[in-house]
Design a protein around this ligand. Structure first.
Ligand code: 5RP
Length: 223
């Protein structure tokens, strides 16, 4: 199976998981990236079965709208039963690294609101220890050098993601070579640096369910 076929399989598995629980008033949180895009395309075939979606990025909002799925502002939504999104890495505790697509802040906000966070990923994303994928950190532009210096003090090698501006108008530092021992602690520590908007560790609020696409089929991991 190709990587795209694995992504498609987990997108369908996420849909199969949520479909029986959807009601006409349900609003679904939708993530960003190539795996999330497969989910959006699958979701579109059932757009009559729910009310609409909250998007974690402008790109996702656009794709949802193209499919005719209503997109709501998070502030106007009282309940979000499900958030479905991909990841760059997950460990067995379903702590994640996200932000490869620079959408980490909105993704973290939508995940915080959702009752159930379903992560969908192909098997290459499951790792024993987080950190081979450089950790994305969203930073207020004027704080870039300060934050970079602080990240070096934490043992990382931050690299400015050239030419990328987030949907919130900020920049991204990708931090290489971090020793991620206790992920919730490091997540809080980095978020405490003045000028950081948030970082791509999803450990304080990990996924609730990981649907992992493997050559033997979709595996379900829970915490
Ligand atoms: C975007 C993300 C994505 O979920 C992550 O980069 C995985 O993307 P893909 O499904 O394309 O592998 O965090 O900010």
């Amino acid at each position: 199976m190709t990587q795209d076929q694995l992504k498609q399989a987990v997108a369908q598995a996420a849909l199969d998981h949520i479909l029986p629980k959807l009601e006409s008033r349900s609003v679904i949180g939708v993530g960003t990236g190539s795996t999330a895009n497969f989910f959006i395309d699958a979701l579109a075939r059932h757009k009559m079965d729910f009310d609409g979606a909250v998007a974690s990025s402008e790109a996702t909002a656009e794709r949802l709208k193209k499919h005719g799925i209503p997109v709501y502002e998070l502030n106007g939504v009282n309940e979000l039963e499900f958030y479905v999104d991909g990841a760059d890495e997950s460990n067995a505790r379903l702590e994640l690294i996200k932000g490869g697509g620079a959408a980490l802040t909105r993704e973290k906000i939508v995940a915080a609101v959702a009752r159930t966070f379903i992560c969908i990923a192909d098997q290459s994303k499951l790792v024993e220890r987080l950190g081979a994928f450089p950790l994305p950190v969203e930073v207020i532009p004027m704080a870039r050098s300060h934050v970079a210096r602080e990240l070096v003090k934490l043992g990382g090698d931050p690299v400015y993601r050239e030419g990328v501006k987030t949907d919130n108008g900020n920049v991204i530092l990708d931090v290489h070579n971090l020793m991620i021992g206790h992920a919730p602690e490091l997540e809080a520590q980095i978020n405490n640096i003045v000028g950081v908007v948030t970082n791509g560790l999803f450990a304080a609020r990990p996924a609730d369910l990981l649907l992992l696409g493997t050559s033997e089929g979709v595996k379900t991991l829970t915490r």
